[in-house]
Design a protein around this ligand. Structure first.
Ligand code: IMP
Ligand code: MG
Length: 192
C-alpha cells in the first residue's frame, strides 16, 4: 500500500509503522456508512438508544460515529481491564468501573475498536445482559476474521482485516499511537 507524503502525519509515529492499512478518507467514508446502517436499525426505537463504548480503544471511532447519528442517544460508560498476552498474572477481563447508566428496557449498542479473540466483548456483553436491556447489539470498527470466535458476532463491522497488529484511530500499543489518524500496521520488531 502506498505510504502517504511524509509531511502529512507526525513523522515519529510514521517511522514506527510498516504501512498504512486504512487511510483516513476510507475510514471516514465507512464510518458514515456504519452510522447510516445504525441509524436505520434504531430509527423507530421506542426505548432510546444507549451506546456503550469499551474504553479506551473505541474513543475516536465513537466520537466520529455518534456525530453522524441523526437522533438523540445516550452514552453509558463501563471501564474494563483486558490484560492481554504478556501480563504477568494472566487472567480474563475485569470490570474496573461498573456501567454508569440504567440500561434496563433500553436498546444498547456495544462498541469496540476491534474484534480479535472476542474475550473482551464476550465478557462485557454478559455484564450488560445481566441488566436486562431491551436489545443488545455489537458494533466494531475492525474484525480479524481469522480469529473471530463463533459465539461473539458483531452486528455492524467497519472492516475485516488480516491478522496483523494495527494501531491508530484509537487503537494502541502500550497506550501509544491512539492519536494516529489512520489505521497502520506497527513494525513487528517494535512489539515482538
Ligand atoms: P480481544 O479480547 O482479544 O477480542 O481483544 C480486544 C482488545 O484487544 C481490543 O479492544 C484492543 O484493545 C486489543 N487489540 C486486539 N487486536 C489489536 C490490534 O491489532 N491492535 C491494537 N489493539 C488490539
Ligand atoms: Mg488496547
Amino acid at each position: 500500500m502506498q505510504r502517504p507524503a511524509r509531511g502529512r502525519y507526525n513523522p515519529r509515529m510514521l517511522d514506527d509503522l510498516e504501512r498504512i492499512l486504512i487511510p483516513q478518507d476510507v475510514l471516514a467514508r465507512r464510518v458514515r456508512e456504519l452510522a447510516q446502517d445504525i441509524g436505520r436499525t434504531y430509527a423507530d426505537s421506542p426505548h432510546g438508544l444507549v451506546i456503550v463504548p469499551i474504553l479506551a480503544g473505541s474513543i475516536i471511532f465513537l466520537a466520529d460515529l455518534i456525530r453522524c447519528l441523526p437522533f438523540k442517544m445516550r452514552i453509558g460508560l463501563i471501564a474494563v481491564s483486558s490484560y492481554r498476552g504478556t501480563a504477568p498474572a494472566a487472567h480474563g477481563p475485569r470490570v474496573i468501573q461498573p456501567l454508569n447508566v440504567d440500561i434496563t428496557g433500553r436498546d444498547v449498542l456495544l462498541i469496540d475498536d476491534i474484534l480479535d479473540t472476542g474475550n473482551t466483548l464476550r465478557f462485557v456483553r454478559e455484564q450488560l445482559r445481566e441488566r436486562n436491556p431491551a436489545s443488545l447489539r455489537i458494533c466494531v470498527l475492525l474484525r480479524k476474521p481469522a480469529k473471530a470466535p463463533l459465539d461473539v458476532t458483531a452486528d455492524f463491522v467497519g472492516f475485516d482485516i488480516e491478522d496483523v497488529f494495527v494501531v491508530g484511530y484509537g487503537l494502541d500499543y502500550n497506550d501509544l499511537y491512539r492519536n494516529w489518524p489512520a489505521i497502520g500496521v506497527l513494525r513487528p520488531e517494535l512489539y515482538s
